[in-house]
Design a protein around this ligand. Structure first.
Ligand code: 0X9
Ligand code: ZN
Length: 272
C-alpha cells in the first residue's frame, strides 16, 4: 500500500521530503528553518503555483503559497519509533534544570499567556510549559518563521489529534476573541466541508470552551500576532482508537482535513 496509508519513521519522512521536492521542483521548495534539541533539521515545504487538475486548488494556488511543516516535534516523534514502549510520547526531548524528567509540551511553550492555568511548571507533567516561552528550539524556529512572514501570512492551521474538532482562539482564556463570530461561522463551514467529504462529524468551537483551557498554544500565539484565521484541527477519531488511529484511516482523514483547509482558504480569498 501507498506512502499515505502508513505511518513512517523520521528517516522515511526526511527521505520523502527530499524525493518530493526533487520530483516536483517546479512547485515545491524545502526551507530549512532551524534545528531541534537533538540537532535534527526542521523543514517547511513551500507549495507554489502550478496548473492542477483540481480547479479549486488551481485558483487557491494562484493566490496563495502554502507552507507545510510535516513534523515539528522531530525528536519526540523519532523517540516514539526508537522506543516503541513510549509510542504515545508527547513532549519534546529537551532537558532543562536538573530534573529527572525530560521534555516540554511544545503546545504550551508559545508566548501566549505562557504557563497560565491549563499548563504546568512541573517538568514531569505532560503539559510542562518549559522554563520560559520559546525555550524549545523547535518552537523558537516556528515562531521566528511566522514572525518573519507575518505580513504575508493570511491563515495558520495546526494539525493535532484526536477528538474531531475545528478549534479557533482562544484557548488561553474563556473570553471570546474580537473575531469570534466570523471564526465560529468559518469553523462551522469547515466542519460542513468535512461532513460532505467523508460524513465524519467535527465539532467547531473556541478552544477553551470546546476542549479545555490551555495557554501557550501556537494558534492563540499566531492569532495575537495578527493572523486572524488561526485554527487547530483535532483530527480523528473520537476515542475508539484515540491517538492510535489505524493506518487505514490516515488517507480519509487527510482528505477530510484538506477539504476543510480549502474551505478556509476560499473564505480568506473572498475576504482579502
Ligand atoms: O492540548 C493540546 O495542545 C491540543 N490537544 S491535544 O490532545 N492534540 O494535545 C489542543 C490545542 C488547542 N489549542 C490550544 N490549546 N491553544
Ligand atoms: Zn496535539
Amino acid at each position: 500500500s501507498s506512502y499515505y496509508e502508513n505511518y513512517h519513521s523520521m528517516k522515511e519522512i526526511y527521505r520523502w521530503m527530499e524525493e518530493v521536492v526533487k520530483i516536483h521542483s517546479d512547485l515545491l521548495q524545502k526551507i530549512y528553518i532551524g534545528s531541534s534539541y537533538e540537532k535534527r533539521p526542521l523543514y517547511v515545504l513551500k507549495a507554489i503555483h502550478v496548473r492542477e487538475r483540481d480547479q479549486t486548488m488551481t485558483t487557491l494556488l494562484e493566490h496563495f503559497d502554502f507552507y507545510i511543516m510535516p513534523v515539528i516535534n522531530v525528536d519526540g516523534y523519532e523517540y516514539t519509533w526508537s522506543h516503541p514502549y513510549n509510542r504515545l510520547w508527547r513532549k519534546s526531548r529537551s532537558s532543562h534544570s536538573n530534573s529527572k524528567c525530560i521534555g516540554t509540551d511544545m503546545n504550551r511553550n508559545f508566548d501566549a499567556h505562557w504557563c497560565g492555568p491549563g499548563a504546568s511548571h512541573s517538568e514531569c507533567q505532560e503539559t510542562y510549559c518549559g522554563p520560559y516561552p520559546e525555550s524549545e528550539p523547535e518552537v523558537k524556529a516556528v515562531a521566528r518563521f511566522i514572525r518573519d512572514h507575518k505580513d504575508t501570512i493570511k491563515a495558520y492551521i495546526t494539525m493535532h489529534s484526536y477528538s474531531q474538532m475545528v478549534l479557533f482562539p482562544y484557548s488561553y482564556t474563556t473570553n471570546k476573541s474580537k473575531d469570534h463570530e466570523e471564526l465560529e461561522s468559518l469553523a462551522q463551514k469547515a466542519a460542513k466541508a468535512i461532513k460532505r467529504t467523508t460524513r465524519k462529524i467535527y465539532r467547531p468551537g473556541a478552544g477553551a470552551q470546546t476542549i479545555y483551557l490551555a495557554p501557550g498554544g501556537s494558534d492563540d500565539w499566531a492569532y495575537d500576532l495578527g493572523i486572524k484565521y488561526s485554527f487547530t484541527f483535532e483530527l480523528r477519531d473520537t476515542g475508539t482508537y484515540g491517538f492510535l488511529l489505524p493506518s487505514r484511516e490516515i488517507k480519509p482523514t487527510c482528505l477530510e482535513a484538506l477539504s476543510a483547509v480549502k474551505e478556509i482558504a476560499q473564505h480568506v480569498l473572498q475576504n482579502l
